[in-house]
Design a protein around this ligand. Structure first.
Ligand SMILES: Cc1cc2nc3c(=O)[nH]c(=O)nc-3n(C[C@H](O)[C@H](O)[C@H](O)COP(=O)(O)O)c2cc1C
Length: 136
């Protein structure tokens, strides 16, 4: 079973990068930014992203587009300030590209300006790692 981790982080806080580091540690696999295309076919891709302007960033959907033939299944892991998930936005892209998206996802509320200060917390990061490990 081949697994890869890709993430896109946009804010200076790097919330998604923090989550990606926790998943990387839990799985013992390198987490790379979405600029890094896959170099081999993977059965499962943990795709870590966040909500910006009520959507998922174009960098994320462009990564999926470029790598569509290399991905067996996407698992969405994301944060937002509102607590709303990016799953539907990712699903729109994966459906268009014909990539299976797991119904199981990880979401947690995270900091933005004055909202959700301190999140993701250590407990959030640990939950993210446990979630990823639950696929083994
Ligand atoms: C430019 C920008 C737009 C955002 N828009 C939304 C939004 O529409 N809804 C929401 O719930 N959170 C929104 N957020 C909050 C982010 O989803 C949250 O801070 C996330 O953890 C950022 O991840 P990052 O630090 O990896 O970029 C926005 C954040 C930024 C920087």
């Amino acid at each position: 079973m081949k697994t890869a981790i890709r993430f896109f982080t946009r804010s200076k806080k790097g919330n998604t990068a923090k989550l990606a580091a926790a998943v990387s540690e839990a799985l013992g696999i390198e987490a790379l930014p979405v600029e890094n295309d896959l170099t081999e076919k993977v059965d499962r891709l943990f795709l870590l992203n966040a909500m910006y302007a009520a959507n998922v960033d174009r960098e994320v959907t462009e990564f999926l587009e470029r790598n569509r033939d290399m991905i067996g299944e996407v698992v969405n892991m994301n944060t937002s300030a509102s607590g709303k998930s990016t799953w539907k936005a990712v699903k729109k892209a994966t459906d268009r590209l014909g990539i299976p998206l797991s119904e199981k996802e990880f979401h947690c509320a995270a900091s933005w300006i004055f909202i959700n200060k301190g999140r993701p917390t250590e407990a959030d990061l640990s939950r993210a790692g446990e979630f990823a490990k639950s696929f083994d």
